[in-house]
Design a protein around this ligand. Structure first.
Ligand SMILES: [Zn+2]
Length: 384
């Protein structure tokens, strides 16, 4: 009888693993899709000096980084094919059921089941902090296993060295870490150090729901920074962690701009002037972010740019460039963010063609496609 029960338990566990493993991959395949079926070439693409993108949620999917996939948006072979110099990998740690851009509470979470289904370590099933730190560790693990093809950048010295090395080695590519929502600090500002030590260099205060630090653009109340949120932004400044205002409520953006003085980023967004909705930046915020030499990453998906092609993204980029200058705009794709992007990372040459149609010079396109991210990070990452 005992043997039978052990055998039955083993069968149930194996069945659950197979089932959830299948479901986790199914979600990855069905949620991270593309609009373009063919990739366009662009004769100037290979001449770009530094191709970079400010936002990608690939770590959420537990996808084999080293394999070439026919689904999803980013893996190492596709980054190399695209000549990608720097991709910021962002950590998603809690997503309520039925998320929408209008209003969400924080009572449910879909990532618990996903973490279980992906067979991540049990501590990641229930602790947001453990979950987020495990995703950070994964990126470092990719670097260790890449035979030198992939690096994680955490400071200016590393980036300076990398820029030189990348010129002589086309296969070389790199990542940086960011957090999508500070709820994974589990309400303790002292946890910031653990994420700094894990290599996190930018943090979005909120994601889809209001949290203990501030209001989300998609939260129930959409308030500003809390008292703890003000302490958090100060501590981030001290450590040299950049503030990301993507997904922040109007009040939170106002508060951050009032209590901090350093340049901020909006890692993946659109602009109300081209695409008016809850998640996109107003002209007023755009101007203020521009004044303090911030950086605005324009998305490659429909809700950000009100269109499903590279031309829509290029129109929003043109809008930002005209308002605050071509030095302050870049790509913030939201690759693998459970969305349909125009194309995957290998499709980026299409973006160059769309920017040419907007009348940008090659020099300007070089900045937009990554030069601005390189220069911003060279100025704003911790020195070493
Ligand atoms: Zn996002």
């Amino acid at each position: 009888m005992k043997k039978f029960l052990i055998g039955l338990a083993a069968l149930v566990i194996i069945g659950a693993i197979l089932f959830f493993g299948f479901v986790a991959t199914y979600f990855d395949k069905s949620m991270n899709t593309v609009s373009y079926s063919t990739i366009e070439e662009n004769s100037r693409y290979d001449s770009l000096s530094f191709i970079a993108d400010l936002h990608c949620d690939m770590l959420l999917w537990n996808r084999n980084f080293f394999g070439l996939h026919k689904y999803g948006h980013v893996d190492l072979p596709r980054m190399q094919k695209a000549g990608m110099a720097l991709q910021v990998f962002t950590i998603v740690s809690k997503v309520p059921k039925g998320i929408n851009i209008e209003q969400n509470d924080d009572k449910t979470d879909q990532i618990t089941l996903l973490s279980f289904g992906q067979l991540r370590p049990p501590k990641t099933w229930f602790s947001l902090k453990a979950r987020a730190l495990q995703q950070c560790a994964q990126l470092h693990d990719f670097a260790t296993r890449s035979n030198g093809d992939f690096r994680v950048i955490t400071n200016r010295r590393e980036l300076e060295r990398y820029v030189l090395d990348k010129k002589n080695n086309k296969q070389l590519t790199a990542g940086m870490l960011g957090l999508e929502g500070a709820h994974c600090l589990e309400a303790d500002v002292n946890n910031l150090q653990a994420f700094y030590d894990a290599g996190v260099r930018y943090i979005g205060i909120t994601h889809f729901f209001d949290n203990e630090w501030g209001g989300s653009a998609h939260g129930m109340k959409k308030g500003g920074l809390t008292k703890d949120g003000i302490s958090l932004t100060r501590k981030m400044e001290e450590l040299g962690i950049i503030i990301d205002l993507a997904h922040a409520s109007v009040e939170t953006i106002d508060d951050v701009l009032r209590v901090t003085s350093r340049p901020v980023i909006v890692s993946h967004t659109g602009v109300k002037g081209e695409c008016d909705n809850q998640r996109n930046l107003s002209d007023k915020h755009l101007q203020e972010i521009g004044k303090r030499n911030g950086l605005v990453g324009i998305g490659l998906w429909e809700t950000a740019v009100c269109g499903t092609d590279a031309d829509a993204t290029a129109r929003s980029i043109r809008y930002v460039a005209d308002k605050i200058g071509v030095d302050k705009v870049c790509l913030g794709s939201d690759f693998d963010g459970a969305i349909r992007t125009h194309f995957d990372v290998a499709g980026l040459p299409t973006m160059v063609t769309a920017l040419q149609k907007q009348g940008f010079s090659f020099q300007e396109i070089d900045k937009i496609m990554g030069g601005n991210i390189r220069d911003f990070m060279l100025q704003n990452l911790p020195v070493e």
